[in-house]
Write a protein of this length. Structure first.
Length: 95
């Protein structure tokens, strides 16, 4: 019972944080186009580190945002891979 509950919590969290990461990239791109104050890069990276790596990578490519910066080109995919590995390790013991 507890295993199913934890699996559900992990799944809901991962969906949530990835949507947040994707929307942060969308919002930052919109702010950039308008010449307004932007979302700090450390915030974009933090959302990825907290589990939203896949959503951040998707947002980066979907909105063509931060695609020329090496830190984002290399860093976000690596963070996303680590995110997936961590979730797989967590779920392996629960499922």
């Amino acid at each position: 019972m507890l295993d199913k509950y934890l699996t559900y919590i992990i799944a809901v969290y991962m969906i949530f944080i990835n949507i947040v990461s994707l929307l942060l990239f969308k919002r930052d791109k919109s702010l950039a186009r308008k010449g307004k104050r932007r979302i700090p890069e450390k915030t974009l990276f933090l959302s990825a580190i907290l589990g939203g790596g896949p959503g951040a990578v998707l947002g980066m490519h979907l909105f063509s945002h931060k695609t020329k910066k090496a830190a984002f080109q290399l860093g976000l995919p690596l963070i996303a891979i680590v995110n997936v590995i961590v979730v797989m390790m967590l779920l392996k013991d629960l499922v």
